[in-house]
Design a protein around this ligand. Structure first.
Ligand code: ZN
Length: 195
Protein backbone atom coordinates (compact mmCIF):
# COMPACT_ATOMS: atom_id res chain seq x y z
CA UNK A 1 0.00 0.00 0.00
CA UNK A 2 1.11 3.49 -0.64
CA UNK A 3 -0.26 6.91 -0.06
CA UNK A 4 -1.06 8.84 -3.18
CA UNK A 5 -0.42 12.54 -3.66
CA UNK A 6 -3.46 14.69 -3.08
CA UNK A 7 -4.42 17.25 -5.71
CA UNK A 8 -5.82 20.52 -4.47
CA UNK A 9 -7.62 23.39 -6.16
CA UNK A 10 -6.84 24.96 -8.55
CA UNK A 11 -5.26 21.81 -10.03
CA UNK A 12 -7.06 21.45 -13.40
CA UNK A 13 -7.39 17.69 -13.00
CA UNK A 14 -10.16 18.40 -10.50
CA UNK A 15 -12.18 19.92 -13.35
CA UNK A 16 -11.61 17.05 -15.72
CA UNK A 17 -14.18 14.50 -16.74
CA UNK A 18 -12.84 11.06 -15.89
CA UNK A 19 -13.03 8.06 -18.20
CA UNK A 20 -15.38 5.17 -17.75
CA UNK A 21 -13.65 1.89 -17.08
CA UNK A 22 -14.64 -0.66 -19.68
CA UNK A 23 -12.48 -3.48 -18.49
CA UNK A 24 -11.42 -3.69 -14.90
CA UNK A 25 -7.67 -4.27 -14.82
CA UNK A 26 -6.21 -6.49 -12.10
CA UNK A 27 -4.11 -3.52 -11.01
CA UNK A 28 -7.21 -1.58 -9.98
CA UNK A 29 -7.41 -3.44 -6.66
CA UNK A 30 -4.00 -2.13 -5.65
CA UNK A 31 -4.92 1.33 -6.84
CA UNK A 32 -8.14 1.46 -4.86
CA UNK A 33 -6.31 0.09 -1.80
CA UNK A 34 -3.95 3.02 -2.15
CA UNK A 35 -6.89 5.39 -2.52
CA UNK A 36 -8.39 3.99 0.69
CA UNK A 37 -5.10 4.40 2.52
CA UNK A 38 -4.85 7.98 1.32
CA UNK A 39 -8.46 8.72 2.30
CA UNK A 40 -7.82 7.38 5.81
CA UNK A 41 -4.60 9.35 6.18
CA UNK A 42 -6.48 12.51 5.17
CA UNK A 43 -9.40 11.74 7.51
CA UNK A 44 -11.89 11.80 4.68
CA UNK A 45 -14.96 9.65 4.13
CA UNK A 46 -14.60 9.59 0.37
CA UNK A 47 -12.05 10.04 -2.38
CA UNK A 48 -12.32 10.19 -6.15
CA UNK A 49 -9.52 9.20 -8.55
CA UNK A 50 -8.90 12.68 -9.94
CA UNK A 51 -8.22 13.92 -6.41
CA UNK A 52 -5.09 11.76 -6.49
CA UNK A 53 -4.17 12.32 -10.12
CA UNK A 54 -6.12 9.48 -11.73
CA UNK A 55 -8.45 9.87 -14.67
CA UNK A 56 -10.43 6.69 -14.32
CA UNK A 57 -13.97 6.71 -13.05
CA UNK A 58 -13.39 5.19 -9.64
CA UNK A 59 -14.09 6.41 -6.13
CA UNK A 60 -13.96 5.02 -2.62
CA UNK A 61 -16.23 5.81 0.32
CA UNK A 62 -15.97 4.73 3.92
CA UNK A 63 -18.30 6.21 6.49
CA UNK A 64 -16.96 6.47 10.05
CA UNK A 65 -18.99 3.52 11.29
CA UNK A 66 -18.06 1.17 8.47
CA UNK A 67 -15.45 -1.52 8.82
CA UNK A 68 -14.58 -1.60 5.19
CA UNK A 69 -14.66 0.77 2.27
CA UNK A 70 -16.99 0.76 -0.67
CA UNK A 71 -15.21 0.78 -4.02
CA UNK A 72 -17.30 2.34 -6.79
CA UNK A 73 -16.37 1.91 -10.42
CA UNK A 74 -18.25 4.07 -12.94
CA UNK A 75 -20.63 5.32 -10.24
CA UNK A 76 -23.75 7.14 -11.39
CA UNK A 77 -26.57 8.76 -9.50
CA UNK A 78 -29.64 7.38 -11.19
CA UNK A 79 -32.29 9.00 -9.04
CA UNK A 80 -32.44 11.97 -6.69
CA UNK A 81 -35.24 12.87 -4.35
CA UNK A 82 -35.80 15.86 -2.14
CA UNK A 83 -33.51 18.72 -1.39
CA UNK A 84 -31.65 19.78 1.74
CA UNK A 85 -28.86 22.10 2.79
CA UNK A 86 -25.85 20.50 4.37
CA UNK A 87 -22.39 21.54 5.45
CA UNK A 88 -19.60 20.07 3.42
CA UNK A 89 -15.85 20.07 2.98
CA UNK A 90 -13.45 18.50 0.51
CA UNK A 91 -9.96 17.08 0.85
CA UNK A 92 -9.02 18.95 -2.33
CA UNK A 93 -10.13 22.28 -0.83
CA UNK A 94 -8.38 22.12 2.52
CA UNK A 95 -9.21 24.63 5.20
CA UNK A 96 -12.65 25.54 3.92
CA UNK A 97 -16.22 24.42 4.36
CA UNK A 98 -19.47 25.47 2.83
CA UNK A 99 -23.21 24.97 2.87
CA UNK A 100 -24.46 23.22 -0.23
CA UNK A 101 -27.68 21.95 -1.69
CA UNK A 102 -27.87 18.17 -1.83
CA UNK A 103 -30.54 15.60 -2.41
CA UNK A 104 -32.28 13.97 0.51
CA UNK A 105 -32.16 10.54 -1.01
CA UNK A 106 -30.35 9.06 -3.94
CA UNK A 107 -30.10 5.84 -5.82
CA UNK A 108 -26.75 5.06 -7.30
CA UNK A 109 -25.34 2.35 -9.47
CA UNK A 110 -21.75 1.28 -9.88
CA UNK A 111 -19.57 -1.74 -10.43
CA UNK A 112 -17.46 -3.36 -7.77
CA UNK A 113 -13.94 -4.64 -8.35
CA UNK A 114 -15.33 -7.91 -9.67
CA UNK A 115 -17.39 -6.11 -12.27
CA UNK A 116 -20.59 -6.89 -10.44
CA UNK A 117 -23.33 -4.24 -10.49
CA UNK A 118 -23.88 -2.64 -7.10
CA UNK A 119 -27.08 -0.68 -6.49
CA UNK A 120 -27.20 1.64 -3.53
CA UNK A 121 -30.16 3.39 -1.95
CA UNK A 122 -28.97 6.06 0.39
CA UNK A 123 -29.87 9.03 2.51
CA UNK A 124 -27.95 11.02 5.11
CA UNK A 125 -24.18 11.13 4.88
CA UNK A 126 -23.94 8.30 2.38
CA UNK A 127 -26.23 10.10 -0.08
CA UNK A 128 -24.11 13.22 0.34
CA UNK A 129 -20.87 11.29 -0.19
CA UNK A 130 -22.24 9.55 -3.28
CA UNK A 131 -23.22 12.87 -4.82
CA UNK A 132 -19.92 14.47 -3.83
CA UNK A 133 -17.72 11.69 -5.24
CA UNK A 134 -19.76 11.19 -8.39
CA UNK A 135 -19.52 14.93 -8.96
CA UNK A 136 -15.73 14.79 -8.61
CA UNK A 137 -15.52 12.20 -11.37
CA UNK A 138 -17.44 14.61 -13.59
CA UNK A 139 -15.19 17.54 -12.75
CA UNK A 140 -17.69 19.12 -10.37
CA UNK A 141 -16.79 20.41 -6.91
CA UNK A 142 -19.02 21.13 -3.92
CA UNK A 143 -18.31 24.83 -4.31
CA UNK A 144 -20.44 24.62 -7.45
CA UNK A 145 -23.43 23.85 -5.24
CA UNK A 146 -23.06 26.55 -2.58
CA UNK A 147 -26.39 27.95 -1.46
CA UNK A 148 -24.91 31.46 -1.64
CA UNK A 149 -21.58 33.24 -1.93
CA UNK A 150 -21.61 33.75 1.81
CA UNK A 151 -22.04 30.08 2.53
CA UNK A 152 -18.36 29.32 2.06
CA UNK A 153 -15.91 29.97 4.84
CA UNK A 154 -12.38 29.37 5.95
CA UNK A 155 -12.06 27.11 8.93
CA UNK A 156 -10.55 29.07 11.76
CA UNK A 157 -9.43 27.72 15.05
CA UNK A 158 -9.64 31.06 16.77
CA UNK A 159 -12.51 32.42 18.73
CA UNK A 160 -14.44 33.91 15.83
CA UNK A 161 -15.55 31.34 13.33
CA UNK A 162 -18.21 32.81 11.06
CA UNK A 163 -20.56 30.07 12.06
CA UNK A 164 -20.49 27.68 14.94
CA UNK A 165 -19.16 24.35 13.82
CA UNK A 166 -20.29 21.32 15.60
CA UNK A 167 -17.40 19.04 16.22
CA UNK A 168 -13.86 18.09 15.46
CA UNK A 169 -11.83 20.37 13.21
CA UNK A 170 -11.93 18.00 10.33
CA UNK A 171 -11.47 18.95 6.76
CA UNK A 172 -12.83 15.64 5.71
CA UNK A 173 -15.19 14.82 2.96
CA UNK A 174 -18.90 15.47 3.30
CA UNK A 175 -19.92 15.60 6.88
CA UNK A 176 -23.20 17.04 7.90
CA UNK A 177 -22.62 16.15 11.49
CA UNK A 178 -25.67 14.00 11.46
CA UNK A 179 -24.35 10.81 10.08
CA UNK A 180 -26.99 8.22 10.48
CA UNK A 181 -26.67 4.59 9.79
CA UNK A 182 -29.99 4.57 8.03
CA UNK A 183 -28.68 4.11 4.58
CA UNK A 184 -29.53 0.85 3.02
CA UNK A 185 -27.44 -0.90 0.53
CA UNK A 186 -28.63 -3.65 -1.62
CA UNK A 187 -27.07 -5.88 -2.30
CA UNK A 188 -24.00 -5.46 -0.21
CA UNK A 189 -21.86 -8.23 -1.52
CA UNK A 190 -19.54 -9.57 1.07
CA UNK A 191 -16.03 -8.60 0.35
CA UNK A 192 -12.95 -10.46 1.32
CA UNK A 193 -10.12 -8.60 2.82
CA UNK A 194 -6.98 -9.48 1.08
CA UNK A 195 -3.41 -8.42 1.00
ZN1 ZN B 1 -14.10 16.18 -2.41
Amino acid sequence: MARLTMRHVPDPILRQQTRRITQIPASLKQYTDDMVETMHAEHGVGLAANQVGGLQKVAVIQLPEWNEPLVLINPEIIRREGEREVEEGCLSIPGYRGTVKRSERVRARALDLNGKVVRIKADGLLAQALEHETDHLNGVLYIDHLVSRESFWKITYEADPPEPTDDEPTDGEPNDGEATAEETQEPRASREESE
